[in-house]
Design a protein around this ligand. Structure first.
Ligand code: CO
Length: 183
Protein backbone atom coordinates (compact mmCIF):
# COMPACT_ATOMS: atom_id res chain seq x y z
CA UNK A 1 0.00 0.00 0.00
CA UNK A 2 1.16 3.52 -0.75
CA UNK A 3 0.71 6.59 1.42
CA UNK A 4 -0.10 10.24 0.92
CA UNK A 5 3.57 11.19 0.46
CA UNK A 6 3.70 8.90 -2.61
CA UNK A 7 1.12 11.04 -4.39
CA UNK A 8 2.93 13.46 -6.70
CA UNK A 9 2.47 17.17 -6.08
CA UNK A 10 2.19 19.64 -8.98
CA UNK A 11 5.02 21.70 -7.50
CA UNK A 12 7.69 19.04 -7.71
CA UNK A 13 6.64 16.80 -10.54
CA UNK A 14 6.80 17.06 -14.29
CA UNK A 15 5.36 13.56 -14.60
CA UNK A 16 1.88 14.96 -13.91
CA UNK A 17 2.23 16.94 -17.15
CA UNK A 18 2.85 13.88 -19.28
CA UNK A 19 0.32 11.97 -21.31
CA UNK A 20 -0.34 8.46 -20.03
CA UNK A 21 -0.24 5.47 -22.38
CA UNK A 22 -3.04 3.06 -23.26
CA UNK A 23 -2.99 -0.20 -21.36
CA UNK A 24 -3.10 -3.66 -22.97
CA UNK A 25 -4.99 -6.64 -21.55
CA UNK A 26 -4.64 -8.80 -19.58
CA UNK A 27 -3.31 -6.43 -16.94
CA UNK A 28 -0.23 -7.37 -14.89
CA UNK A 29 -0.83 -8.40 -11.29
CA UNK A 30 0.98 -5.20 -10.35
CA UNK A 31 -1.59 -3.01 -12.10
CA UNK A 32 -4.51 -4.94 -10.64
CA UNK A 33 -3.12 -4.61 -7.14
CA UNK A 34 -2.38 -0.90 -7.67
CA UNK A 35 -5.97 -0.33 -8.84
CA UNK A 36 -7.33 -2.09 -5.77
CA UNK A 37 -5.00 -0.15 -3.48
CA UNK A 38 -6.09 3.11 -5.09
CA UNK A 39 -9.73 2.27 -4.36
CA UNK A 40 -8.86 1.31 -0.79
CA UNK A 41 -6.90 4.53 -0.30
CA UNK A 42 -9.83 6.70 -1.43
CA UNK A 43 -12.28 4.81 0.78
CA UNK A 44 -10.07 5.26 3.83
CA UNK A 45 -9.41 8.90 3.01
CA UNK A 46 -13.16 9.54 3.24
CA UNK A 47 -13.37 7.94 6.67
CA UNK A 48 -13.16 10.98 8.92
CA UNK A 49 -11.70 9.18 11.89
CA UNK A 50 -9.03 7.46 9.80
CA UNK A 51 -8.20 10.60 7.84
CA UNK A 52 -7.84 12.74 10.95
CA UNK A 53 -5.75 10.17 12.77
CA UNK A 54 -3.41 9.72 9.80
CA UNK A 55 -3.52 13.36 8.78
CA UNK A 56 -4.52 12.69 5.17
CA UNK A 57 -6.75 14.57 2.76
CA UNK A 58 -10.01 13.12 1.53
CA UNK A 59 -10.26 12.30 -2.16
CA UNK A 60 -12.81 10.70 -4.46
CA UNK A 61 -10.66 10.21 -7.56
CA UNK A 62 -7.10 9.14 -8.26
CA UNK A 63 -5.22 8.47 -11.48
CA UNK A 64 -2.21 6.17 -11.88
CA UNK A 65 -0.09 9.09 -13.09
CA UNK A 66 -0.46 10.71 -9.66
CA UNK A 67 1.56 7.77 -8.35
CA UNK A 68 4.08 8.11 -11.16
CA UNK A 69 2.59 5.34 -13.31
CA UNK A 70 1.98 6.67 -16.82
CA UNK A 71 -0.86 4.32 -17.73
CA UNK A 72 -4.38 5.29 -18.74
CA UNK A 73 -6.37 4.26 -15.71
CA UNK A 74 -8.00 5.84 -12.69
CA UNK A 75 -10.43 5.02 -9.93
CA UNK A 76 -13.37 6.85 -8.41
CA UNK A 77 -14.83 6.14 -5.00
CA UNK A 78 -17.76 8.34 -4.15
CA UNK A 79 -19.31 8.09 -0.71
CA UNK A 80 -23.08 8.38 -0.74
CA UNK A 81 -24.96 9.95 2.13
CA UNK A 82 -25.98 6.51 3.40
CA UNK A 83 -22.30 5.54 3.70
CA UNK A 84 -22.23 3.21 0.69
CA UNK A 85 -19.68 3.78 -2.05
CA UNK A 86 -20.24 4.26 -5.75
CA UNK A 87 -17.04 3.05 -7.35
CA UNK A 88 -15.45 2.84 -10.78
CA UNK A 89 -12.21 1.27 -11.99
CA UNK A 90 -11.66 2.93 -15.32
CA UNK A 91 -9.13 1.82 -17.93
CA UNK A 92 -8.52 3.36 -21.38
CA UNK A 93 -11.56 5.67 -21.13
CA UNK A 94 -13.08 7.64 -24.00
CA UNK A 95 -15.79 10.29 -23.73
CA UNK A 96 -18.38 9.33 -26.34
CA UNK A 97 -20.79 12.22 -25.84
CA UNK A 98 -21.55 15.06 -23.47
CA UNK A 99 -24.46 17.26 -22.47
CA UNK A 100 -24.61 20.79 -23.67
CA UNK A 101 -25.22 21.95 -20.15
CA UNK A 102 -22.14 22.94 -18.17
CA UNK A 103 -21.65 22.89 -14.43
CA UNK A 104 -18.93 23.75 -11.93
CA UNK A 105 -18.24 22.75 -8.36
CA UNK A 106 -19.20 25.68 -6.15
CA UNK A 107 -16.47 25.24 -3.53
CA UNK A 108 -13.86 24.49 -6.19
CA UNK A 109 -12.50 21.16 -7.38
CA UNK A 110 -10.11 19.26 -5.20
CA UNK A 111 -7.10 17.26 -6.30
CA UNK A 112 -4.73 15.18 -4.19
CA UNK A 113 -1.87 16.57 -6.32
CA UNK A 114 -2.75 20.21 -5.65
CA UNK A 115 -2.16 21.14 -2.06
CA UNK A 116 -3.24 24.77 -2.14
CA UNK A 117 -6.43 26.69 -2.70
CA UNK A 118 -6.92 27.89 -6.26
CA UNK A 119 -9.64 30.45 -6.88
CA UNK A 120 -12.01 30.18 -9.84
CA UNK A 121 -14.41 27.91 -11.64
CA UNK A 122 -13.66 24.80 -13.67
CA UNK A 123 -16.23 24.35 -16.44
CA UNK A 124 -17.41 20.74 -16.83
CA UNK A 125 -20.18 18.99 -18.72
CA UNK A 126 -23.15 18.11 -16.52
CA UNK A 127 -23.39 14.64 -18.09
CA UNK A 128 -20.99 12.52 -20.09
CA UNK A 129 -21.14 9.09 -21.70
CA UNK A 130 -17.91 7.20 -21.25
CA UNK A 131 -16.67 3.99 -22.78
CA UNK A 132 -13.90 2.17 -20.90
CA UNK A 133 -12.63 -1.22 -19.75
CA UNK A 134 -12.67 -2.67 -16.27
CA UNK A 135 -9.63 -4.43 -14.76
CA UNK A 136 -10.65 -7.73 -16.37
CA UNK A 137 -10.89 -6.23 -19.85
CA UNK A 138 -14.69 -6.08 -19.97
CA UNK A 139 -15.98 -3.20 -22.01
CA UNK A 140 -18.23 -0.80 -20.11
CA UNK A 141 -20.45 2.03 -21.16
CA UNK A 142 -21.79 4.49 -18.59
CA UNK A 143 -23.68 7.75 -18.57
CA UNK A 144 -22.62 9.70 -15.51
CA UNK A 145 -23.85 13.01 -14.15
CA UNK A 146 -23.17 15.75 -11.60
CA UNK A 147 -20.29 15.00 -9.15
CA UNK A 148 -19.44 11.72 -10.84
CA UNK A 149 -19.37 13.38 -14.27
CA UNK A 150 -17.01 16.04 -12.90
CA UNK A 151 -14.79 13.33 -11.41
CA UNK A 152 -14.60 11.43 -14.73
CA UNK A 153 -13.64 14.61 -16.60
CA UNK A 154 -11.11 15.59 -13.93
CA UNK A 155 -9.44 12.16 -14.03
CA UNK A 156 -9.47 11.89 -17.84
CA UNK A 157 -7.68 15.25 -17.83
CA UNK A 158 -4.98 13.70 -15.59
CA UNK A 159 -4.41 10.99 -18.22
CA UNK A 160 -3.72 13.78 -20.71
CA UNK A 161 -1.38 15.71 -18.40
CA UNK A 162 -3.97 18.38 -17.59
CA UNK A 163 -4.71 19.66 -14.07
CA UNK A 164 -7.93 21.38 -13.03
CA UNK A 165 -6.05 24.64 -12.42
CA UNK A 166 -5.25 24.74 -16.15
CA UNK A 167 -8.97 25.09 -16.89
CA UNK A 168 -9.39 28.22 -14.76
CA UNK A 169 -9.06 31.43 -16.74
CA UNK A 170 -6.05 33.24 -15.25
CA UNK A 171 -7.31 36.76 -15.97
CA UNK A 172 -10.94 36.12 -15.14
CA UNK A 173 -11.31 33.11 -12.82
CA UNK A 174 -15.12 33.41 -12.88
CA UNK A 175 -15.45 33.72 -16.64
CA UNK A 176 -18.81 32.54 -18.09
CA UNK A 177 -20.09 31.72 -14.61
CA UNK A 178 -23.57 32.93 -15.56
CA UNK A 179 -23.79 30.31 -18.31
CA UNK A 180 -23.20 27.39 -15.95
CA UNK A 181 -24.98 25.75 -13.06
CA UNK A 182 -23.16 25.34 -9.76
CA UNK A 183 -23.26 22.03 -7.92
CO1 CO B 1 -6.77 15.30 -9.45
Amino acid sequence: MFNQSDILDEKNSKVLRQKSKEVTFPLDDEDISLINNMIMYLRLSQDEEYATKNNIRAGMGLSAVQLGVLKRYFVISYKNEDGTFEEYKVINPKIISNSEEQIYVEEGEGCLSINRYVEGIVPRYARVSVEYYDEFGNKKNVRVREEIAVAFQHEIDHLNGILFIDRIDKKNPYKNKENMRSI
